[in-house]
Design a protein around this ligand. Sequence first.
Ligand SMILES: [Zn+2]
Length: 475
Amino acid sequence: MRKTLILSVLLSVTLISVNAQKNEKEVLQKLEQKSEDYGTIAQKIWNFAEMGYQEEKSAGLLQETLKDAGFSITKGVAGIPTAFIAEYGSGSPVIAILGEYDALPGLSQKAVAVKESANKAAGHACGHHLFGTASTAAAISTKEWLAANNMQGTIRFYGTPAEEGGSGKVYMVREGLFNDVDIALHWHPGAQNAASAGAALANKSAKFRFHGVSAHAAGSPDKGRSALDGVEAMNIMVNMMREHIPQEARIHYVITAGGKAPNVVPDFAEVYYYARHNSRNVVIDIFDRMVKAAEGAALGTGTTMDYEMIGGTHELLPNLTLQKLVHDNLSEVGGIEYTEEENIFADKIAKTLGKEKADLAVAKNIQPYKTEARAYGSTDVGDVSFTVPTVGFGTATWVPGTPAHSWQAVAAGGTSIANKGMMVAAKTLTKTAMDLFKDKKLVEQAKTEFLEKRGADFKYIPLLGVRAPALDYRN
Ligand SMILES: [Zn+2]
């Protein structure tokens, strides 16, 4: 009798552990149990705070984590040392999960509710330490579910460096690394939980360099030709052009070199430009006109000009089939609740943003679903979205009301608040991946919508052209 009891207990324990991997609910519970481990990984990357194309330690840590979980790793893809692909399984469908891990220059910050530098060159002001870690967690839990159920299909994690200005994914798309992918999933840290069909602006950026002739500015000005005049003449023409371009276009520039001393006619000057619009064809047109303005400026000032493409990304191509699925999954997972300690931190952060206290309902709830959400940033996910059906969402990893690229985002990113928001993302990605592996019809439906929206005669042309990855753009 006793023996039977022990046996049956043993048997049920075994059954539970098998079920734990087979059953989707258990997969999510297991993921929740590992939230502390993933929090530790994210905090390590937060501390590394490595900038675009310099993310050796961050990429290394994620590779190690994926390798230990049974993924095969291909490093240094597309000519980028910190880009990699981790893969498990075989055959179709191929579901890709994107992960970023680059930090932003000049935004070093401690995990405290006052502005206080951690004295590093960069900080995770866009939460990419969470982005890479949640996507890794989701890839691993999906893999475990696939294995336990003997399912056919391939789960891939794409380690995509230098999102901030480096256009890392564009080189990976150009290399054809997404060609056999069926669906790509991504997410982004933020100040709220939302899975609406977001927009992003296509962009092109370049550095325009003018070369003149140095001379004493007072003694022999007739012998000199000012490179700075070239830059200024170009800027005047581009600023006039603003009146004659489509609405919603954006042009911004900074003068990155303009001479060293007023009494020396500068023989070198440089201006760094961005053009953006929600249609890449408009961006291409504006950019071509900017080049004409630069050529005209050089001609008129007796200087010469050359330019280097730095970045270029497509706008985002939304996929409503996938978007609705992700919204439903995010709603099921639900938002986050703060502990009292987190609440105190959040209220302090809210005060620095001009608010009485933090709006905790925003962290707890999911934003209503919209088929068209406005956004004015750009992302290299755009190029992926024109290659395969792609879907994304955001979770509340920062105190509600926090803008991206702020010290408040870095600060919250180093706390348990960020880890909670990150796990919401990991679970939503996992649920969505499992749904796609189970339902081939859904994958086909998403593909049909994708092909219809992209157009039958679409040909992928990278906006940054044929240049090699700008591996030193942060040096
Ligand atoms: Zn970002």
